[in-house]
Design a protein around this ligand. Structure first.
Ligand code: 13P
Length: 256
């Protein structure tokens, strides 16, 4: 039990056409679109953002993007900016996801520029960190997470920091069916909250939601969500079907 409102976000990754996204979100809105006990955000691919924005209008379900460029406009072929996302009524943006870091070579410095640009444009970053299997096995988890948090949040003001959302996603648990044990996840979440105290203040650290991501499913969610420092989930695979996503929101309502 904590004063932080639980938060469930669906990261659809590169899935769903615009039409399929509308069908999915329609069912989500019907099931949990009126409740406000848990914050619910869906993050479709760019091509579905506008249609999904219309489908969530008037409900409590919010809209996020999966990435953005740090500049507002310019010669950046293939990119989209924070003001463009704001114009489509997006309120959140996932930044620093491990797939962006490993497949697309995003560095802590680049992610940091994006975090600062998102905050400047009133978009709430869902800022992701997490270690690889090799890093965990060599005992480097906390060091890796510390570096990602400190570099990714460099220059964020104390007044802006409470609006951040962090996501701990152990890379070895993403899309693998291997979920971190509740002890492993809680240890890193508590560690991240300690880092936020050092970087900002205890007050800020107590306000920031820290989500778990990596093979979160209705079956394992209740135990994870019961942990003191786990404030919700960033869901990949299980966010692609209304039934499992809604079950996760329901689990978060029960855990609040
Ligand atoms: P899975 O839930 O498919 O493991 O994905 C987690 C994730 O990467 C969410 O951002």
């Amino acid at each position: 039990m904590s004063s932080r409102k639980k938060f469930i976000a669906g990261n659809w990754k590169m899935n769903k056409t615009s039409a399929d996204g509308v069908t999915l979100v329609h069912d989500i809105v019907l099931a949990v679109g009126k409740q406000s006990d848990v914050e619910v955000v869906v993050c479709p691919p760019f091509t579905a953002i506008e249609s999904v924005a219309k489908a969530v209008e008037g409900s409590e379900v919010k809209l996020g993007a999966q990435n953005m460029h740090f500049e507002a406009s310019g010669a950046f072929t293939g990119e989209v900016s924070a003001p463009m996302l704001r114009a489509l009524f997006a309120t959140h943006v996932i930044l620093g996801h491990s797939e962006r870091r490993t497949i697309f070579g995003e560095t802590d410095e680049l992610v940091n520029k994006k975090v600062l640009a998102a905050l400047k444009n009133q978009l709430r970053p869902i800022f992701c960190v997490g270690e690889t299997l090799a890093e965990r096995e060599s005992g480097a988890t906390l060091k890796v997470v510390q570096t990602q948090v400190e570099r990714g949040l460099a220059g964020v003001g104390k007044d802006q920091a409470a609006g951040l959302i962090l996501a701990y996603e152990p890379v070895w648990a993403i899309g693998t069916g291997k979920v971190a044990t509740t002890e492993q996840a809680q240890e890193v979440h508590a560690f991240i909250r300690g880092l936020l105290t050092n970087l900002f203040s205890d007050l800020v650290a107590q306000k920031v939601r820290i989500l778990y991501g990596g093979s979160m499913k209705p079956a394992n969610a209740p135990e994870l969500l019961a942990q003191k420092d786990i404030d919700g989930g960033l869901i990949g695979g299980a966010s692609l079907e209304a039934r499992s996503f809604v079950e996760l929101v329901t689990a978060a309502i029960a855990a609040k």
